[in-house]
Design a protein around this ligand. Structure first.
Ligand SMILES: CC(C)(COP(=O)(O)OP(=O)(O)OC[C@H]1O[C@@H](n2cnc3c(N)ncnc32)[C@H](O)[C@@H]1OP(=O)(O)O)[C@@H](O)C(=O)NCCC(=O)NCCS
Length: 180
């Protein structure tokens, strides 16, 4: 059974397990911001409590390896304040990941560091041959992060995923992957 490392570091980031007490900080840093969730498959939170429930589910995956989403909170090195998150779901032969960063931290190349780490970890696991992610076709910053981390665009998934901050209708996405 694969179990991702519970913490990791990149040149500028520390990834750690979430704690239930992080809910308010996560809410403030990114989860309540409609600009941040514009291209995400979840809508911005308007209350902290449902976010605490989400963190509880993520922790449950870490504790039980229940096939769910292993999510880390990302902090700048030397701090313990969450500024973003990256998470991975493990399949039989591949891993799919997603990520989000607080708006105040965009444009510094931070997320590519975390994506590089998670992709390298996944492809170093013997059963895993493919690491992949998708982003809304209009989310050019995210597509660029995936390219910078060495993933290659494989195509366009038409009407693949809704971004409820924009509309309930599914939208086109770009799929990126790296294989070994
Ligand atoms: C997407 C996201 C993670 C990017 O993280 P980041 O650390 O700010 O990314 P970077 O600093 O590497 O910048 C993004 C890159 O995209 C480019 N970019 C940004 N906006 C762009 C746009 N509108 N058009 C074209 N390129 C754009 C930047 O120039 C940069 O590329 P460069 O390094 O070659 O100059 C961050 O913006 C975010 O959290 N957004 C909201 C949540 C989200 O969309 N998550 C991804 C879901 S798939």
């Amino acid at each position: 059974m694969l179990h991702p490392p519970e913490t990791f570091t990149t040149p500028r980031l520390v990834a750690r397990l979430p704690r239930l007490e992080d809910a308010a900080a996560v809410f403030a840093a990114y989860a309540s911001d409609p600009e941040v969730t514009r291209y995400l498959s979840w809508r911005y939170y308007t209350e902290v409590e449902p976010l605490r429930e989400f963190l509880r589910r993520v922790l449950h995956t870490w504790e039980t390896d229940d096939g769910g989403h292993y999510g880390w909170l990302l902090c700048l090195r030397g701090t313990d304040e969450p500024i973003g998150s990256i998470g991975v779901s493990l399949g039989l032969h591949g891993a799919v990941f997603g990520y989000v960063l607080g708006r105040a931290y965009w444009g510094r190349g931070l997320m590519a560091e975390a994506v590089r780490y998670v992709s390298a970890w996944a492809l170093a696991q013997p059963p895993l041959f493919r690491v992949w992610a998708y982003c809304d076709a209009e989310n050019l910053a995210s597509a660029r992060v995936l390219e910078k981390a060495g993933l290659v665009q494989e195509g366009r998934l038409r009407r693949w995923c809704a971004c409820p901050t924009i509309s309930p209708e599914p939208r086109d996405c770009l799929i990126y992957a790296k294989v070994r």
